[in-house]
Design a protein. Structure first.
Length: 453
């Protein structure tokens, strides 16, 4: 639960300030233990990691359950915190299994095909990493509630959601996922960026100082990751939660703070002119089209070896898994958008004036839906459920069907205008017919354009 939501529910709540330095220090203690079991483990965040314990099990003649149980004991002994774990044949299944016995337990899924298929058959689609709230409701609209329903509706999936989504969903149905575990620094990076959230800032000088501070932070990240970027992007979020981005291409790849600030400032100044009196609560910088600054080795002839970042070809006999990073990233972005929307609703409610009690107090307490504008009971759960329903694909389809009778009228008008020339009037009626057809065509484009979005 977000802190601002908790403060709404419990105004007397005492929030302890965050201390990311302590969080990272504790995470390093846990990672020291994980490295004993898999030196090449993949750290997904400060509190989540993937390990390949196959070699450890073979070398120590232990079962996977015994190894994970021992690992959890070692983590508790060293860091004094408990961990939950999932044991499965691939990263996707392991992620699902890790949520089975929280907060201090483990779940083992055997690797035989029948067991995996039965496990995924009744698994709700939302439990799969990469399927968010919106995608879940779209699948539910066509009858896909669990992963076992995917195969029965396979004929519609590619047409509705695209080929990549079809492959991803079939992968979920079969229980397939990636088996390659690698460190984050070993994977191909596409950009480096940083952003920060703060209280509303409106002063131009304060915004420039904030940009300089962010440029210094980005310089540190680029130095640590050993990259520089050919394209510089700026991102801002207004106090109204509108997000704006701009980008520029400097004449050379940038990585120093003064260069980042020098080429980022014109974009910020332009945004301040386009949005007079803008108030910001978030600002960020990011470089893309990155180039490695790592110094390659020297070959026999004294030349610097190139540090190519092209991905290696799949070795013969290795599994080629379908890409799922896009769906996982989309789910993360959806969660961030949901939190931003909740915060926006929370702050909007703060600004509402308090009214004295009157006979219509019940009507004033009603919450207006931002989608359909209908009043709703002042209850968080029911209000969120109603918004989800309004955003569902089925509701949009019904709205389009409700406006469908307008189309025949347009066709009827155009047919009448086309019939006029038969009476021998070839001057003005022809022009009126052309104008009528043009208006009808514009209305049809507007109608189908709205229906398709």
């Amino acid at each position: 639960m977000a802190g601002f939501v908790a403060m709404k529910l419990c105004p007397q709540l005492i929030c302890v300030p965050m201390n990311f330095a302590k969080y990272m220090a504790k995470a390093e203690e846990v990672r020291e233990v994980l490295a004993l079991y898999d030196p090449g483990f993949e750290s997904a965040s400060c509190d989540e990691a993937y390990l390949n314990i196959t070699q450890y099990c073979e070398e120590h003649h232990m079962t996977p359950e015994e190894v994970v149980s021992q690992l959890r004991e070692d983590v508790f002994r060293k860091a004094k915190i408990t961990v939950s774990a999932g044991i499965a044949a691939n990263a996707k299944l392991a992620k699902i299994c890790s949520n089975k016995n929280k907060p201090n337990g483990q779940f083992f899924l055997p690797s035989d095909r029948q067991t995996v298929m039965e496990f995924m058959k009744t698994m709700p689609t939302r439990k799969v990493n990469g399927i968010g709230r919106v995608f879940e409701r779209e699948l539910d609209a066509i009858g896909v509630k669990a992963c076992g329903d995917i195969y029965a509706h396979r004929a519609y999936l590619a047409k509705l959601f695209g080929q990549k989504a079809f492959q991803f969903l079939m992968q979920c149905y079969l229980g397939l996922g990636r088996t390659k575990i690698q460190r984050a620094e070993d994977s191909e990076r596409k950009s480096v960026g940083t952003e920060t959230t703060f209280r509303e800032l409106a002063s131009p000088d304060a915004l420039r100082d904030k940009l300089r501070h962010i440029a210094e932070e980005l310089e540190g990240d680029l130095k640590r990751t050993e990259y520089k970027g050919r394209t510089l992007c700026i991102k801002i979020k207004l106090h109204t939660y509108e997000v704006h981005t701009r980008q520029t291409t400097p004449p050379f790849a940038v990585h120093r703070a003064e260069d980042l600030y020098r080429y980022g400032l014109p974009m910020l100044e332009k945004l301040m002119k386009e949005i007079p009196g803008m108030k910001l609560r978030l600002m960020g910088l990011r470089v893309t089209h990155i180039v490695s600054t790592k110094k390659g080795g020297i070959d026999f002839f004294g030349r610097v070896k190139s540090t190519s970042t092209t991905p290696k070809a799949v070795a013969e006999g290795d599994w080629e898994t379908w890409p799922e990073e896009e769906f996982e990233e989309a789910a993360r972005q959806e969660r961030n958008d949901d939190m931003n929307e909740l915060e926006k609703l929370s702050q909007e409610q703060d600004t509402e004036p308090t009214l004295d009690a009157n006979p219509n107090e019940h009507e004033q307490d009603q919450w207006s839906c931002p989608i359909c504008t209908l009043p709703q009971p002042p209850n968080d759960a029911s209000f969120n459920t109603h918004i989800d329903f309004c955003l569902s694909k089925q509701t949009i389809k019904e709205a389009v069907q409700a406006t469908a009778p307008v189309t025949p009228k347009l066709e009827k008008q155009s047919s009448v205008s086309k019939a006029v020339p038969k009476k021998g009037k070839r001057g003005r009626p022809k022009t009126e017919a052309g104008e009528s057809e043009e208006r009808a065509r514009e209305k049809r484009r507007a109608f189908f354009g709205v229906g398709g979005t």
